[in-house]
Design a protein around this ligand. Structure first.
Ligand code: CU
Length: 367
């Protein structure tokens, strides 16, 4: 009987909570309001089953409760063989319920992956633990990419011989701008492990599988700055794999677009600041900032602010001065000399000598 009362209280409590809970979905900022409708349909159907099944359990607990032995041996459990009729009913109701749960989702999913003509392709590349993006240039076409061409100086693996790729715009930061009211096809790639591209306000979510290209489309309908999250656990800095999607007016978008570097311009390297800018770009495209801050804030790895020349205490109690040699060793062989209180989670970055020089110059430049 106590159990029956607890179940009734749980049932009433969770039903009330469903309607007065303090959390609500963020306002939808794309054409995918239909995804919200499926969530409502799913909640209603599962809610009906939840209430029905709980009430049945309560009924059975009360009706067939243990009443203690009686003098004439009544109240014995009676054996009931299977009931074909009841089984047909239960199978039928469950089938209808599951179809009602799945069918609306399939209809919306069909829409979600049927890209309308004229949608702009935007590539999203995920890797531990950063996002980068590629937009087609004036030709409106993304150039070919090959896995074997991916490297430190070609993070997207673009084929330098493909003319379509020369004007592709490479966004090596975690911030993507898109114009309002224009349909986009998001093409998703992962360079290492499973990730999941998720922007709650867009309602869009899609796995990124290494070796595959997945996609969906949407039309942004509200200007604003929305967070991009990785929704698939992908390692120790997963929580930090964040970016922003900024939905701009057409003019603001064009202004931003005109400042982005093309693949062709990224092939022509060379600046006269001793490599600081190249080092910064390298740090950005390698995802260093997922674990190393440049403002002194705490993260998975030591901050770069004031790091150069600092004396660090290592795990074994000895000390080391963070000079050029130490920094280079820590990049190419991170576990060789571990700084105290940090976990050995960094992977080795096989940078070339000139890239190492540039990165160290950049670290030096963050006082
Ligand atoms: Cu991830």
């Amino acid at each position: 009987m106590a159990l029956a009362i607890i179940l009734v209280v749980l049932l009433i409590g969770s039903t009330i909570f469903q309607f007065v809970n303090p959390w609500s979905a963020t306002p939808v900022a794309s054409n995918w309001g239909s995804i919200d409708n499926i969530i409502v349909i799913t909640s209603v159907i599962t809610g009906i089953f939840f209430v029905g099944i709980t009430l049945f359990v309560v009924y059975a607990l009360v009706k067939f409760r243990h009443r203690g032995p009686s003098e004439n041996g009544q109240h014995q459990a009676s054996y009931e063989p299977d009931s074909k009729k009841l089984e047909w009913w239960l199978t039928g109701i469950t089938t209808v319920g599951i179809c009602a749960l799945l069918a609306p989702g399939l209809v919306v999913y069909d829409d979600f992956v049927h890209v309308p003509e004229g949608a702009t392709e935007v590539e999203v590349v995920g890797k531990q633990w950063m996002w980068s993006f590629r937009l087609p240039g004036e030709d409106g076409k993304l150039g070919h990419a090959k896995v074997k061409l991916i490297g430190m100086d070609n993070p997207f693996g673009l084929d330098p011989d493909d003319p379509n790729g020369q004007d592709d715009l490479l966004i090596n930061t975690n911030v993507l701008h898109l114009p309002i009211d224009k349909p986009v096809k998001m093409v998703l790639r992962s360079l290492d492990v499973l990730h999941n591209f998720y922007v709650p306000q867009i309602r869009a979510k899609m796995d990124m599988v290494p070796g595959q290209v997945s996609y969906f489309w949407f039309t942004p309908t509200k200007e604003g700055r929305y967070e991009i999250l990785c929704a698939e656990y992908c390692g120790v800095a997963h929580y930090n794999m964040k970016g922003h999607m900024i939905i701009d007016s057409a003019e603001n978008y064009q202004a931003w677009l005109s400042e982005q570097p093309t693949f062709a311009s990224s092939l022509v390297s060379g600046s006269d600041d001793g490599g600081v800018e190249q080092g910064r770009q390298l740090a950005e495209s390698s995802g260093c900032f997922a674990c190393h801050s440049i403002d002194g804030s705490k993260s998975l790895g030591p901050t770069w602010k004031g790091l150069f020349g600092k004396t660090e205490v290592l795990m074994d109690g000895t000390t080391v001065v963070a000079d050029e040699a130490y920094l280079k060793e820590s990049i190419t062989d991170p576990n060789a000399k571990m700084v105290k209180d940090y976990a050995p989670v960094m992977v080795a970055y096989p940078l070339s000598d000139s890239q190492l020089d540039a990165l160290v110059e950049y670290i030096k430049s963050t006082p």
